[in-house]
Design a protein around this ligand. Structure first.
Ligand code: ATP
Length: 298
C-alpha cells in the first residue's frame, strides 16, 4: 500500500461564470503521508474548501490528478466515486451535516451501509463503538436537536471514522463551536490521529489547530506554500494606505466627521448636550478631522 494517503498533482480549478473565468487553484501540488495531521490555512476565498472538495472527490479539478490511498480517482465515474468515497474518505464539515430525523447511532451507521459491505447488525455494532470512542455513550438514541453543538460535531467525527477511511477531511471542524467545545473536539481529533494513525487533513482559520499539525500548508493567490506568508499586519496596513481607494476612503470619513460636528453644535445650541460634555467631544472630533485632512490631501 502507498505511503502517501493523498497526492494532488498540478491541480487547477477554474470557475466559469457568464462573463468571466475565475482561476481559484493554479497548479497546486500537495502530498500528505499516512498518519499525518495536515492543516491547510489561508485567507477567506483563497480556495481552501475547493481544494478539500477536490481532494475528497466531491468536485472535479479543471486539470491535474487526485490520488487517494494510491488510487487515482480523477477519471472515475460518479458511481465508482461514490463507492470509493464511502470506503476511503471521511468528511467532517463545519455545519455537522447530520440527518435531522435519524438518531446519533443511525447517523453514524449511514456511511457503513453506503459501502454495501456491512450488514445492518454489523453497522450498528461499529456505530455504537465509535460513539463510545468519541465520548457519547448514553447519547446513542438521541436526535441531533437533542445534542449540543460539540456533541453533534463528535457524532459527525464518529460518522467520518466509522468506515475506517484512509483519510478524514475536515472543513473548519470547530468553526461553529464555542472555545470549550472546540478544544474538546480538537483534543479528540489529535488523539484519534495518534492512537489510530488516522490521516487527517483540516482546513481552518483556527491557529490553535495549527499547533497540533504535523505539517501545515498555506494557500495564497491560488498557489500552495509550506512556509507561512512573510507579510506582517504592519505590511498590510502600509499596503492599504498606499492603495488607490484609501484617499477617497479618508475623504468619506472626513465628510462624516464634519456632519457629526455640525450635528453636535446644533444639539448643543438646543441645550441637548451639557457644555462640559460638548467641549470634550468637540476637541476630540477636531483632532480627528485635522488628522484626516492631512491624509486626504497627501
Ligand atoms: N461554484 C462556484 N462558482 C464560482 N465561483 C466559486 C464557486 N465556488 C467557489 N467559488 C469561488 O472560489 C473562491 C474560493 O472559494 P473557497 O470556498 O474554496 O474559499 P475558502 O478559502 O474556503 O474561503 P473561506 O475561508 O471563506 O471558506 C471564492 O472566490 C469563491 O467565490
Amino acid at each position: 500500500m502507498s505511503e502517501e494517503a493523498l497526492v494532488l498533482r498540478d491541480i487547477w480549478k477554474i470557475y466559469r461564470t457568464q462573463s468571466e473565468e475565475i482561476p481559484v487553484l493554479k497548479g497546486v501540488n500537495l502530498s500528505v503521508n499516512q498518519g499525518e495531521l495536515a492543516i491547510i490555512m489561508g485567507p477567506s476565498g483563497s480556495g481552501k474548501s475547493t481544494l478539500l472538495s477536490i481532494a475528497g472527490g466531491l468536485e472535479r479539478p479543471s486539470k491535474g490528478r487526485v490520488i487517494v490511498g494510491g488510487v487515482d480517482i480523477t477519471d472515475l465515474d460518479e458511481d465508482e466515486l461514490t463507492k470509493i468515497r464511502a470506503r476511503k474518505i471521511g468528511f467532517v464539515f463545519q455545519s455537522f451535516n447530520l440527518i435531522r430525523n435519524l438518531t446519533a447511532v443511525e447517523n453514524v451507521m449511514m456511511p457503513l451501509i453506503f459501502t454495501g459491505m456491512y450488514s445492518w447488525r454489523q453497522a450498528r455494532e461499529i456505530a455504537l463503538k465509535m460513539l463510545e470512542i468519541v465520548g457519547l455513550k448514553g447519547h446513542e438514541e438521541k436526535f441531533p436537536r437533542q445534542l449540543s453543538g460539540g456533541q453533534q460535531q463528535r457524532v459527525a467525527i464518529a460518522r467520518a471514522l466509522a468506515p475506517s477511511p484512509d483519510i478524514i477531511l475536515m472543513d473548519e471542524p470547530t468553526g461553529s463551536l464555542d472555545v470549550d467545545s472546540a478544544s474538546r473536539v480538537l483534543s479528540l481529533v489529535k488523539w484519534l490521529n495518534e492512537a489510530f494513525g488516522q490521516t487527517i487533513i483540516i482546513v481552518t482559520h483556527n491557529p490553535e489547530i495549527a499547533e497540533l499539525a504535523t505539517r501545515t500548508f498555506y494557500i495564497r493567490g491560488g498557489e500552495i506554500y509550506q512556509q507561512p506568508p512573510t507579510s506582517t499586519l504592519a505590511d498590510k496596513v502600509k499596503e492599504l494606505k498606499s492603495s488607490a481607494g484609501y484617499g477617497s476612503f479618508a475623504k468619506v470619513q472626513l465628510d462624516l466627521l464634519k456632519i457629526k460636528l455640525e450635528a453636535l453644535e446644533a444639539a448643543a445650541k438646543q441645550g441637548k448636550i451639557p457644555p462640559e460634555v460638548l467641549e470634550g467631544e468637540l476637541k476630540s472630533l477636531e483632532a480627528r478631522i485635522s488628522k484626516l485632512e492631512k491624509y486626504a490631501s497627501s
